[in-house]
Design a protein around this ligand. Structure first.
Ligand code: GLC
Length: 728
């Protein structure tokens, strides 16, 4: 063989070998790995990676050594292993995990360092369990206090949700775990979730509902996003061309993979052309029932391949989808930097407890009945704890975010541990078990007996700690259904009032993901709201109640005095939950405090409100413009007697113009370190000038009016401590 032929063969082999390394070469640039892998795949292999191969995995390419994607719920921890093809638990014995606090609790910390710690810890558990994509976090907006899944989200304000979700995503993805931000978009209720069509103004869509997702794309580079079941402009969001190809992929220049919610794809041509990249499913035959290995029946399976074969969809669409999936694989399961992680480490329990401690919000503390300082505890001789949530595990239930924990310390156990002196307990009410659409029937006689026992026990108590609230039962903070009332369930309101008549030294502690009515507020001495605290619930709660930790949490939602005060209620059922599966967000941009503040509706507890065991003084705010940022500085001084942290908030008031604006909008916040009595810290809060923009529907784009803008610096949206003007 001639020399140059041998050389050519050798070069070809080298090239092949070298080429063989590219997609497998962990050091090769990502896009070269994607391109090389794609060039080696058949059409069928490219289609196979676009849909489920089991309940929680999508296929890789075994022939090429390209790994599958392992996914799992949810935002607060790794769900227990389910069987390959069904929703049944696989009954593994090594899948116990840490349940972290609910995301509404994380939002209540207003502490981006807590978000980073949360994202790092929870993703380490996902990694250790061999997962590549975690199905969370969620940033849908709490426009109604009845939303069954509000506990999985980060409040009513898009700025707070966006700022708090970015560090969580960055930390998780730094560990080689893809977040799957959900539910994109407008999944703001559970009623008719599979098909409700949301009618919303472009301005509210952009300024309120899309905004947290946009921040996660532009500031955290979220790797995957989950399309929501509902419709927008009459098209399911899991394959909505305008939403996914128009806004998400083109306008926001997003290079990730759009994953459907389970069973969220409803139409083959739309799934093919509407921006869906990975179709996940509820059942194996596409969506309606279990059948052996029916995954190729999915819209993005054989039906899609048929469209390609018939030339009805160009191959470029297939390559674009497959490239996004390959990019996700190389960012996670085949990412050499993906961590091993760990499960149930003390470090994770510490993060869980710290987030809980910082997320608990103290709403009332008359005559400083709190903290229950153990050294002064002896003044109480008979302490009675009442309420089912004192003993109930709140890490279960709630739907797909439920968790199987190794350790769960209940409030009652934590009380007994902290306060050697016995605390008596009376359940007071019961709720039974309930999930999705079945609910245990409440035996009224049993309920009355529990109440009578509690009232009898109260007669001998000199301090009552009531621990109740919602509990992730069906319609009590649970997926697939909304609450049917703004009131606490199971007769709690009446029980609290009757307990308070017997003993005015009563502290009410509630769990739950949503605001609720408090008809007994004037009758009780203190109120503490905990959201859901996860595995360390009891310890976090007792550490705050005892004063070991000074409460610093502040509300990410508005607690209205009465349900009718929420902005959409005035517009009737069309505004919620909709009529004939059409819901109209008639309040527009005036969601939550934007409505209460702009219409002088006094809330029970305003957005951004939270009490402390100490007090803080705010120095006069100053502001400078530094490039594209407005910088606000304010000096916070602890003027009380115990150490504590303070959250300062900056609400922007736009100048009067013909553009309707809320009187105040949160555009910055900062949290001090733990300040000792007398200690000060100057907070430097940076506000990008673009945050002053509004969506101009006439231009279909962002616009900004000329200043001056007023920057309101305060301890809550209603408690403004200083103002300063800035020209933009
Ligand atoms: C559910 C939820 C989604 C979850 C998925 C998988 O329907 O809407 O949040 O991640 O299915 O359990």
């Amino acid at each position: 063989m001639k020399k140059n032929t041998i050389l050519a063969v050798l070069m070809a082999m080298t090239a092949m070998t070298a080429q063989a390394q590219t997609y497998l070469d962990p050091n090769a640039p990502l896009e070269e790995r994607v391109k090389d892998a794609l060039s080696r795949m058949t059409t069928h292999e490219k289609v196979q990676i676009l849909h489920a191969q089991s309940k929680f995995t999508s296929a890789g390419v075994p022939r090429l050594g390209i790994r599958q994607l392992n996914m799992d719920d949810g935002p607060h921890g790794v769900r227990e292993e389910l069987e390959w093809n069904t929703w049944n638990p696989a009954k593994w014995t090594n899948d116990y995990i840490v349940a972290f606090p609910s995301l509404t609790c994380l939002a209540s910390t207003w502490n981006t360092e807590m978000s980073t710690a949360y994202g790092n810890a929870v993703s380490e558990e996902f990694a250790f369990r061999g997962k590549d994509i975690m199905l969370g976090p969620g940033v849908n907006i709490q426009r109604t206090p009845l939303n069954g899944r509000a506990f999985e989200y980060m409040g009513e304000d898009p700025f707070l949700a966006g700022e708090m979700v970015v560090p969580y995503i960055k930390a998780a993805q730094a560990n080689g775990i893809a977040c799957c931000l959900k539910h994109f978009v407008l999944n703001d209720q559970e009623t008719d979730r599979f098909g409700v069509n949301v009618n919303v103004s472009d301005r509210a869509m952009r300024e309120i509902y899309l905004r947290p997702f946009q921040k996660a794309v532009e500031k955290a580079h979220v790797y995957t996003i989950m399309g929501s079941y509902n419709k927008w402009k009459g098209v399911h969001c899991c394959h909505n061309d305008e939403l996914l190809n128009g806004i998400l992929k083109k306008e926001w220049n997003w290079d990730g993979a759009l994953v459907s919610d389970w069973g969220g794809a409803t139409n083959t041509l739309e799934a093919a052309t509407g921006g869906l990249d990975i179709e996940m499913g509820t059942y194996t035959d596409g969506k309606t029932k279990e059948s052996e290995f029916g995954y190729e029946m999915y819209h993005l399976g054989n039906p899609f391949e048929q469209l390609l074969k018939e030339g009805k969809v160009p191959m470029s669409v297939l390559d674009e989808k497959a490239s996004r999936v390959l990019r996700t694989i190389f960012r996670t399961s085949m990412n050499p930097k993906k961590v091993i992680g760990n499960q149930c480490s003390e470090a994770h329990y510490d993060v869980c407890r710290q987030i809980g401690e910082e997320g608990i919000v103290m709403l009332k503390n008359e005559k400083n009945i709190l903290p229950l300082d153990p050294s002064k505890w002896t003044k109480y001789h008979n302490v009675l704890v009442v309420g089912e949530n004192a003993t109930r595990s709140l890490t279960q239930g709630g739907g797909s975010s439920e968790l199987k924990t190794l350790r769960d310390i209940s409030p009652l156990d934590a009380f007994k541990k902290k306060y050697e002196q016995m605390v008596d307990y009376a359940q007071g009410y019961y709720s039974g078990r309930a999930m999705y659409d079945f609910v245990d029937k409440i035996d009224e006689a049993k309920q009355a007996e529990l109440k009578a026992q509690a009232l009898e026990a109260a007669k001998g108590a000199d301090l009552i700690i009531f621990i109740g609230g919602l509990n992730k039962n069906t319609r009590q903070d649970c997926e697939n259904g909304d609450r049917e009332s703004y009131d606490l369930p199971y007769g709690q309101n009446e029980l609290i009032s009757e307990l308070a008549k017997i003993q005015k030294n009563i502290v009410v502690v509630t769990f739950g993901g949503n605001p609720y009515s408090m008809p007994w507020l004037k009758e009780v001495a203190a109120v503490v709201h905990c959201w859901y605290l996860g595995s360390e619930a009891g310890t976090a709660l007792v550490n705050v109640l005892s004063g070991e930790v000074c409460p610093s949490g502040k509300l990410p939602v508005t607690f209205a005095e009465k349900y009718e005060d929420y902005p959409y209620v005035q517009y009737g059922k069309e505004a919620y939950p909709g009529v004939n599966k059409e819901v109209y967000y008639k309040e527009g941009i005036f969601v939550g405090y934007r409505h209460f503040s702009s219409n002088n509706v006094k809330p029970l507890f305003p957005f951004g409100f939270g009490l402390s065991y100490t007090k803080f003084a705010y120095g006069k705010p100053t502001t400078t413009v530094e490039g594209d940022n407005i910088v606000v500085q304010t000096t916070i001084t602890n003027t009380g007697k115990v150490a504590g942290k303070e959250i300062a908030q900056v609400y922007v008031s736009a100048p009067k113009s013909n553009v309707e604006r809320p009187v105040k909008e949160l555009k910055g916040f900062g949290k001090t370190k733990l300040l000792q009595p007398g200690e000060s810290e100057t907070l430097r809060i940076t506000i990008p000038v673009d945050e002053l923009n509004y969506w101009d529907e006439t231009k279909n784009g962002w616009a900004r009016i000329m200043g001056p803008y007023t920057l309101n610096v305060g301890a809550s949206v209603e408690d403004i401590r200083g103002k300063v003007e800035v020209d933009n």
